[in-house]
Design a protein around this ligand. Sequence first.
Ligand SMILES: [Cu+2]
Length: 136
Amino acid sequence: MNKGFRIAAWTLGGLIILGCLLVVATLVNQKILNNSQSDICKNVYGTTHTVAITNDKLSETHVNAKLCDRLIITNNDRKTREIAFGAHERHTEYDGISEKFLNQGQSLQVQLINVGTYLFHDHLEDSVHGDFTVTN
Ligand SMILES: [Cu+2]
């Protein structure tokens, strides 16, 4: 067999194996990170912060909270709301929720497992929006 071909074949094989290892390492790393984020707050219950929506207004447009606190958003209005995390049309997930429909009297609850400032809004009426900041 041609020596050049053999070198090329070994190089290609090596690169494929290296690529696979990199993908596996990334997946394992993400899994560990995800686990540690939720594990931080496992069996830890901080303060509960509540935001109510009444007559198209939020009771709080900004909430300051600590890691592992809880946030409860309640819709008191007759209209159904679709509470979403992130900017309108660019929803993101927080504690496993990206959007949730709330009829009158219904709530959504998240545990504040990630530090930073996060937006939320009513996807059906985006003038209803606020944010929360989570610190360590
Ligand atoms: Cu939206």
